[in-house]
Each structure stands twice: as C-alpha cells, then as structure tokens.
Design a binder for this molecule. Structure first.
Ligand code: NAD
Length: 317
C-alpha cells in the first residue's frame, strides 16, 4: 500500500505455496507477520506447515526470527479469495503459466482492497502481460526471489507497462525493510538481471567444456573456489574496481579493461544439441562420483547456511 510502512503490513497473502510459496511463507512468518496461504493441491495445508517447521531452525540459526514470530501464525484457507481478503500484501507463487496466473488475478482482484500490492514470483513471464485486463493494474508488480527465498536475500523488483512506478519503489523498500536485498529492474527483459548473468556464465562454461579447455568438474571448481567466493561478497563491477588498485575502476578500465574486452570476441555461443547435453550430463556424473541429488542438496544447504550466517555476522553498519 502506497504511503504505508513495512510495519503496517501485518498480514501477507501467500497464494500458491509449492517450492517457492512455502519458502516465502516461512520467511514472512519469521518477520513476525501473519501469513494467510492458499494452494489448491491435495494436502496443501499439511505440506506448507511441514515446510515451515523444517525451515524454522535455519531461520533461527540465521538470527532472522523476530520477537513474537511463530509458525502458528500461518493460516491456510480453502479459497484464494479468503486468503487474500485480509492481506496487506500478496506474494503470488502459482505455476509458471500465463493463463493460470491471469485467471488467479481475476479472482484475487475483487477479493483484495484496491491498494494492496500484488507481487508475483514469476521467473520468466512478463508483468505487462500478467496485469493486462485488470481494473487496478497499477498495483501489480514482479518480485522475483531466488530459491529458497527464506534464505537467499535477493529479490528482483520490476513493473509492467501499467504498473505505477511508485508501487515499484514501494515494493523495493518493503522487501528491504523486511530484511531482503531488493534490486530495481528498470526494463522488462527475459530473465530479469540475475538469471541473465547466470546464463552468460553457463554459456561460456559449456563452451569451455565442449571445446575441451577443461573438464566439467574443473570448470565448476574454477568458479566455486575462485571468483564464486568473491561474488558472494560483491558483484563484477566492484570486484574489478578493487582489482584496479588504488586507482579503482578508472585504472581498471584503462589498463586491464582492454585485455578483458579483447576476449569477448572469443567467447562461445554453444547450442544445447544432444551431443552438448551428453557432454554436460557425463561431466557432472564424473564430478559428483555417485553422490545423489538429495545428498548434494543437503551439503549445499548446510554450507549455504554457514555462508549466509558468516555474511550476516560480518555486515557493516
Ligand atoms: N523453483 C524456483 O527455483 C523458482 C525461483 C524463483 C521463482 N520461481 C517462480 O515461482 C513460481 C512458483 O514456482 P515453484 O517452483 O514454487 O512451483 P511449484 O510447482 O513448486 O509450486 C506451484 C504451486 O502452485 C500451486 N497451484 C496450482 N494451481 C494453482 C493456481 N491456479 N493458483 C495458485 N496456485 C496454484 C500448486 O499446487 C503448487 O503447489 C513460478 O512463477 C516460478 O517461476 C521459481
């Protein structure tokens, strides 16, 4: 709601509560808010509650559970409109299909106060298409999280053609006020910002593997044990500002920029052909040497929590 502060947002509607929605619900609960959730899947209420119970210890470890916050402040409704009715803010995480989300918005719109911001988690749909036909289209915004949103801070916020620009700014401020790190995306482009950056890295990683420059395992190590560690602290621009020494970016673009720019013409543009897919699948099989995806995910989650905690504990200001 324009003009309202984060503390005025006391009840959040979580509409669609699978992988992303349940994780959002966990985070919003941890901030000390009431969550009104809805998901049409069979047994959804039990699944959402189980997700929240499972996520809660990690949120406590991270130190982000507010006084008075509790998983008991989750209410799961049988109808989307009922979950939306008392909500001061809505986070929609329904399946990634334009027709489903548009039909959902048609149900949600009359059920909510017209000033309630409705934010979608969509990874790839265009806000301008999602909000088309809505009578209060200006309050629809895109708030794209990273999995799992209860742990990863980044949220990309952008509006469509009909979104009120003030709503975009309000939504950025709201996510930041509740402890996320929101960025404002100024244009609708496929993949927003972070997924485009990931796509650029993956494209070159595939090219290097296909050309036999290094194994899939070693290319992953080149990221995870090198720049990837710095990237958890700062992005490529600030990284290179520091690489420029006391002269910073001014020095970097003059002296080290040209050699880097000269490699751009040599970067690859692989296609995902069957042969390329086989190279990646075989390469990852070698890399994981028999570990299952759940085993790898458990290790990732344990180490992710340790990294997030270290970053939080070392925050300045
Ligand atoms: N999975 C990710 O890594 C990721 C990351 C960022 C954003 N997202 C976005 O989040 C959204 C949800 O993705 P997910 O990965 O949680 O999918 P999911 O399949 O895990 O969850 C979708 C949920 O929506 C429910 N659903 C079905 N029909 C519905 C309807 N008509 N209205 C509301 N809910 C309905 C399903 O029962 C399911 O629980 C998508 O828009 C996706 O692009 C996903």
């Amino acid at each position: 709601m324009i003009g309202s502060k984060a503390e005025d947002i006391k009840t959040i509607g979580v509409i669609g509560a699978g992988t992303i929605g349940s994780s959002w619900a966990s985070y919003f609960l941890a901030t000390g808010r009431d969550v009104h959730a809805w998901d049409p899947a069979d047994g959804a209420a039990d699944k959402i509650r189980a997700f929240v119970e499972n996520a809660w210890p990690s949120l406590e470890t991270l130190g982000v559970v507010a006084d008075g916050a509790s998983p008991d402040r989750l209410t799961v409704f049988d109808k989307a409109a009922d979950a939306a009715e008392a909500a001061d803010f809505i986070q929609e995480s329904a399946p990634e299909r334009l027709d489903i989300k548009q039909a959902l918005y048609a149900d949600l719109e009359p059920a909510t106060r017209p000033d309630v911001v409705i934010s979608t988690s969509t990874s790839g749909l265009l806000m301008s298409e999602l909000q088309a036909g809505r009578s209060h289209a200006g309050r629809f915004v895109l708030g794209h999280p990273f999995n799992p949103p209860h742990l990863i801070p980044l949220v990309e916020v952008l509006g469509g053609k009909a979104t009120d620009p003030a709503i975009v700014d309000w939504t950025v401020d709201f996510y930041n006020a509740i402890g996320k790190r929101a960025i404002k995306v100024n244009k609708e482009v496929p993949g927003h910002v972070a997924n485009r950056l990931q796509a650029a890295i993956w494209r070159e990683a595939i090219h290097l593997a296909v050309e036999g420059v290094a194994s899939v395992d070693d290319i992953d190590a080149a990221v995870a044990y090198g720049p990837g560690i710095r990237w958890s602290l700062m992005g490529p621009h600030l990284t290179f500002h520091l690489a420029g020494g006391p002269g910073g970016m001014t020095n970097f673009v003059e002296h080290l920029g040209p050699p880097v720019a000269s490699w751009w013409d040599d970067l690859g543009s692989p296609q995902l052909t069957d042969a390329v897919k086989k190279t990646l699948i075989d390469g990852v099989a070698d890399e994981v040497s028999g570990k299952t995806v759940p085993e790898l995910a458990a290790t990732r989650d344990r180490r992710l929590l340790a990294v997030l905690k270290a970053l939080k504990d070392s925050e300045e200001g």
